[in-house]
Ligand binder design. Sequence first.
Ligand SMILES: [Mn+2]
Length: 285
Amino acid sequence: MATYAIGDIHGCFDELQSLLTKINFDPQHDRLWFVGDLISRGPNSLGCLRFVRNLGDRAVVVLGNHELRAITGLSGNGTKEFLEYMGFFNNIPDLEEIYSWLRSLPLLHHDEELGFTMVHAGLSPNCSVADALHLSEKFGKILADKMLTKKFFAPTKRKLPYEEPPREDIEAWLHFNVGLMTKIRYCTKQGGLISPKEVRESGLLGADGEPDKNSPYQAWHKQRNWQKGERIIYGHWAVAGLNIGKQHFGLDSGAVYGGKLTAMQLDHPQHPITQVDSPPYIVVG
Ligand SMILES: [Mn+2]
């Protein structure tokens, strides 16, 4: 039995099948972890959803920002444009099953035995895995009760704390943290989200175009107050590409943009990486 984590698929169904062949995936015994963003942009989002859902308890999936957008669209709270963009919602017989499966997915997955935590984008510098799990459970209840509204996708407020606030602020607290866990790339030491554009405009860049080491804006995994034993698997950052550190494991290698689709074996001491090439289904710029 082996366990593999797989990066952002974005509808690259054929490449997912090639990758599973390459790792000799055995659906009877192996397990797959998915970092989210199974859908959108690529050619076969629906195929990806059906395939992963049919894996049942052989698959662990966390919600990406695109799954959240899909849930919002399906809940009737999304915009008309968004429903068109996600055209695969029309006339599919298993829509209800897919919708309820999406709403059952967590924001965060933690496996004590394997010693890995998985989240789509990342965690705020001082947000513990335990706090993030608590938040994921609270948000899960909102999803189960079909309470997700499109305001979860409004611009994220920057300075709210990750600590749970008094009851009346709970929606704002969830809104901030759900946005953060599914979208964070760069942030401040306090965990304020900063867009790549703002980082570039700050001028505080080194020769490689990344933030200078003295810049207050750094990748979330550089700002993180890492605790002993924490190891976080994430995706969402195709531009940064495969990014393997001691405690952070960034697996979005930009398949849909003509990069690669990546699998990392979790239950092997060297965490071997397997990749397949993908054509550029969409072109940036
Ligand atoms: Mn994403």
